[in-house]
Design a protein around this ligand. Sequence first.
Ligand SMILES: Cc1cc2nc3c(=O)[nH]c(=O)nc-3n(C[C@H](O)[C@H](O)[C@H](O)COP(=O)(O)OP(=O)(O)OC[C@H]3O[C@@H](n4cnc5c(N)ncnc54)[C@H](O)[C@@H]3O)c2cc1C
Length: 391
Amino acid sequence: MPPKTSERVVIVGGAIVGSATAWFLRELGFAGEVIVIERDLSYRYSSTALSAASIRTQFGCAVNVHMSLFGAAFLRDVRRHLGADADIGLVERGYLVLGDKGSVAARRECAAMQVAEGAAIETMTPAEAAARYSWLNTADLGIATTATGNEGWFDAWALLSAFRRAARARGVTYVEARATGFIVQGGRATGVMLEGDTPVAADWCVNAAGPASGALMRPLGIDLPVSPRKRTVFVIRAPLANAGFPMVFDTSGAWIRPEGEGFICGIVPDSANDPDATGDFEPDYALMEAVLWPALAHRIPALEQLRVERAWAGHYEVNALDHNGVIGPHDEIANLIIATGFSGHGLQHAPATGRGVAELITRGRFEAIDLSPLGYGRIRSRTPIVESIVY
Ligand SMILES: Cc1cc2nc3c(=O)[nH]c(=O)nc-3n(C[C@H](O)[C@H](O)[C@H](O)COP(=O)(O)OP(=O)(O)OC[C@H]3O[C@@H](n4cnc5c(N)ncnc54)[C@H](O)[C@@H]3O)c2cc1C
């Protein structure tokens, strides 16, 4: 049954996932009230504003490939969707994902899956990769893959601004306030509690609070294993031309891509050095010195001479179960919808997520993409669908 026009959706978190959800609700004809609760409308610490803002179809899970294809099509056509002034600076360029000698069979299988799901993936031998990328050390590689479309990067802030502008133009209300939790009575979410004990009544609640989404469920005793993990992005210069340079995912876990006249790069710290980072936005310069620089210099010898210009740190909303998004209603509270846990790929998946959540509310089911594999049920049953390509 379609929702009544008197219904109200309250979304906690007004960055890319919350704003995409709000916009898609209107796009799918939701005529009730849509209220977005955002604790900081400057978005200074939101993952969205601190992201590397890249999109890839090279994932290990089919559902992630589908979400990226949806996202790539949305980004290409962003002006039609969000307005003529939506200038997100999309650069379409395939990632270069490297694999070691032991990973060849698995990576070939993964590439075949990506192609079968609709991605445009090319597989290269180390010799072919060396011929194409003269700056690359291929000595210890077994395989390299890239895409001929649907991958690249864009301006996250511009995309967020465009979603917000377009949502507001369609009557979505943004309220600057901190939510302290969801109000649940008789198995239904009836609203969101704001700081100062101010309730906001709701017919539907959406948890789009990013890295804070797990903590937001805690007062209800709901287990959502999503927490903030610090990721530092380094802005570097090097004696290496960046024209035509791809986003590189190295076997070490390091990544690097062009930005302006130079590059940005990063690496996931090892698990012993990756605690809950609530409140910590201090760039981890030691990580560059000890881990990232040696890894980059090994793979791209010209980076032996890199110079760090600056760095920033943001938070991944890491889903400890399987590094995949959690999208869908809570299994016992059907009108409390969760949209979080993307663990480093939530920006590119925000259009598909927003569409999916809006479909659940307006149509009662997923339509554009079957996102049910990402539902909350797997958290309850501890059944991971592990994403193998994580950076
Ligand atoms: C360094 C870095 C690099 C990344 N690179 C990529 C990439 O290349 N590609 C990609 O797809 N993704 C990338 N990501 C991940 C991506 O940025 C996130 O997955 C995505 O932005 C998540 O969006 P969100 O709206 O869920 O979360 P956020 O952007 O964090 O938004 C959540 C919002 O909720 C608000 N909020 C939280 N708690 C409350 C509360 N209690 N009350 C009210 N408001 C609240 C916050 O203020 C925030 O604005 C990267 C992330 C980082 C940190």
